[in-house]
Design a protein around this ligand. Structure first.
Ligand SMILES: [Mn+2]
Length: 331
């Protein structure tokens, strides 16, 4: 690509903001939308302070259609203060189909030109940082991660690629892509997986999953919301955001993780049939299952009961799809 080179001092990578007014289950925020926007404001300040380019790793929004216009206005307003127009890719939560469309809220932000969004896999821009010229490219969620970037950038000393996928940082598991060498790419930075993963080096490619800035599920209770600065001289450095440590209401029973990439439902053990269905519906009506706006407490309870009652896989899938439908209707 031949577009102008942006001269700055660093990149600031930002994992999955999940902007929404709808508070994730068990969080205690009074105004969740303002919590997330507050983090976004901090990030602009941090980036400006370091003369850095902000790079969003996808899932700007929690839902592809965010009804609260004020959140969009506040994002556009705060990006006006950014020294460099932020760049990024879209994630699975940002779009109602495989490619970002005009029906999706993120398209509103893209058209504002306060953010430079890449919605098809390819180059994002060239940056002059620390005496070297770096190409930055990306693959939005669901699009191919290249195996070679020869010819994608002209006159660069190195290439960084951003992605938004389930990747096998913890070893292979169903649905996760293997980490592999990408010829010509020295660093991949991945969104989507909300917990920080150890860096992996595969051939010339270093894979990094920073984790997100907004703890969405109880398994992220100990995750430290942070952005990650990178420049070729100092490497990768964590910059912690100000946040409320004790944000989850841990009342009642807790079950295993629900962050993306942490517990694929397909891996739940399959056992013989049992009538968990009727019992679950009864429990929902009569028990102490906490009512959360996004149904996540019920989902936790469902998954726990699937385990303890050895619910067969087909029943689990039916119940999970009913739950999803109910939440979409309620949204
Ligand atoms: Mn996400």
């Amino acid at each position: 690509m031949t577009t102008a080179i942006i001269e700055c001092s660093a990149f600031i990578f930002v994992g999955d903001p999940h902007v929404t007014t709808r508070k994730p289950g068990r969080r205690k925020d009074v105004d969740f939308g303002s919590t997330v926007i507050g983090k976004m404001e901090q990030i602009v300040d941090i980036a400006n302070e370091h003369d850095a380019q902000i790079v969003y790793l996808g899932d700007m929004f929690d839902r592809c259609h965010e009804e609260d216009e004020s959140l969009k206005v506040r994002l556009m307003r705060l990006w006006r203060r950014a020294k460099y127009v932020p760049v990024g890719i879209d994630g699975n939560h940002d779009k109602g189909s495989t490619i970002l469309s005009d029906r999706d809220s993120l398209a509103v932000l893209r058209e504002s030109e306060r953010i430079n969004l890449t919605t098809a896999a390819g180059p994002i821009g060239r940056f002059r940082i620390g005496g070297v010229t770096l190409g930055l490219g990306g693959s939005p969620h669901g699009q191919e991660i290249p195996s070679d970037v020869a010819g994608v950038f002209e006159d660069v000393d190195g290439v960084i690629w951003i992605t938004h996928e389930d990747l096998a940082f913890d070893g292979a598991y169903p649905g996760a892509q293997d980490l592999r060498e990408i010829k010509g790419v020295q660093l991949v930075v991945n969104g989507h997986m909300h917990l920080t993963k150890p860096i992996r080096q595969v051939g010339e490619t270093m894979w990094f999953n920073p984790g997100n800035i907004t703890r969405m599920a109880v398994d992220a209770a100990d995750h430290v919301p942070a952005v990650w600065k990178f420049d070729p001289v100092n490497g990768i450095e964590r910059i912690e955001l100000a946040y409320v440590k004790d944000i989850f209401d841990m009342t009642g029973r807790l079950v295993a993780s629900v962050s993306p990439g942490e517990m694929p439902l397909a891996e739940l053990p399959q056992t013989e049939a049992e009538s968990a269905f009727v019992e679950l519906l009864r429990a929902e009506n009569t028990s102490e299952i906490e009512k959360t706006l996004d149904g996540s407490a019920l989902l936790e309870e469902m998954i726990e009961r699937f385990e303890s009652e050895k619910t067969p896989a087909d029943v689990r899938h039916l119940l999970l799809s009913l739950h999803r439908q109910a939440m979409e209707t309620a949204a």
